[in-house]
Design a binder for this molecule. Sequence first.
Ligand code: PLP
Length: 382
Amino acid sequence: MSASADIPLTVMDHRDPQLLGELMSAIEDVAVTGAFIGGAVVEEFEGEYADWCEVSHAVGVSSGTEALALALRALDIGPGDEVVVPANSFIATAEAVSLLGARPRFADVEEDTQLVSAATIEPALTPAVRCVIPVHLFGRTVEMAPIMQLASERGLRVVEDAAQAHGARYRGRMVGTIGDAGTFSFYPAKNLGAWGDGGALVTNRAEIAERVRLLRSHGESPRYHHRMVGTTGRLDALQAAVLRLKLRRLEEWNEDRRKLAEELRAALSSSAVAPPVAPALGCDHVYHQFVVRTPRRDALRDFLARKGIVTGIHYPIPIHRSDAYRALEQDRDVAPRASRLAGEIVSLPMFPGMAPEQIERIGDAVSQFSGEAARVPVLARS
Ligand SMILES: Cc1ncc(COP(=O)(O)O)c(C=O)c1O
């Protein structure tokens, strides 16, 4: 990549010719067998992913959204039930609840981590809430112990949405393995990404794994004997082949993200932009996104775009204020902190293999922006 080329928000596999070659050959190996649905490759990936997550069961499914919906179904969540979800997450966390005819209750997030906590979940609890879904957003682990304590006191189930946090640990345990079940997305841009849609559910509870295995494939066992109403929710063999190969490099990629995050943090230290707070003791961060804050967010994005630095916003509209969910809350702002943060956050480029010159360019550009911002007269700033 030349010094002046745009710095993307993330990079996909086609930018790495060696990895691309290995993946093409893994795809070919599946194609020549003709086994596209289920089969050995899917089972091997499931076994390897379970081992990697240090959990008893991993079930491959068709997406992270499906993983959430099937986890909730396996826990018998349905119409009349309520499930607490963070106001700041990808909308899928709430959609999975709605898809089952249950109602999401939105919890606000902590100012510093931008994640839910026991303290922000508690006010969202109603007598109908049966489950909570903490989301390890951006790759940062939620402080789970007080949430597990709250759940046990109130008789609630816990499904961890780890779609953005493959391989992050909480007090030594892999995320996804702390609650009743954990769900992952393998959307291509994730820390572990497929070449299309894919997801997985992990659990130490055999009965949940067993139900999700049935549900993901029409409740079928054995062939054409349908024990329950299920769906087409399987992980396909081509995706499993891609994921198996990439899983071997995931720890190295996550380690690189952690290292790059520290370098970026240092590069921003003299700027007016707030880097992500350092992870608390026992709470890992695998930096799926590197999210900074500034009240002049849109101006910063424009400035960086002019310098060829691509940024993103995760997410510009909190779920409870989206068109899809606004009516549910009757326009009441049940998560004011998430609403305010949505106007200040911006995700900077973050991907394994980011070059030192790219970090330097980002740091210089943000510092320059901060210097120019400081010279803008206060009256003209609003
Ligand atoms: C936090 C979170 N939950 C759930 C999902 C849904 O995953 P998928 O896109 O694989 O359905 C995503 C995907 O972006 C996500 O980021």
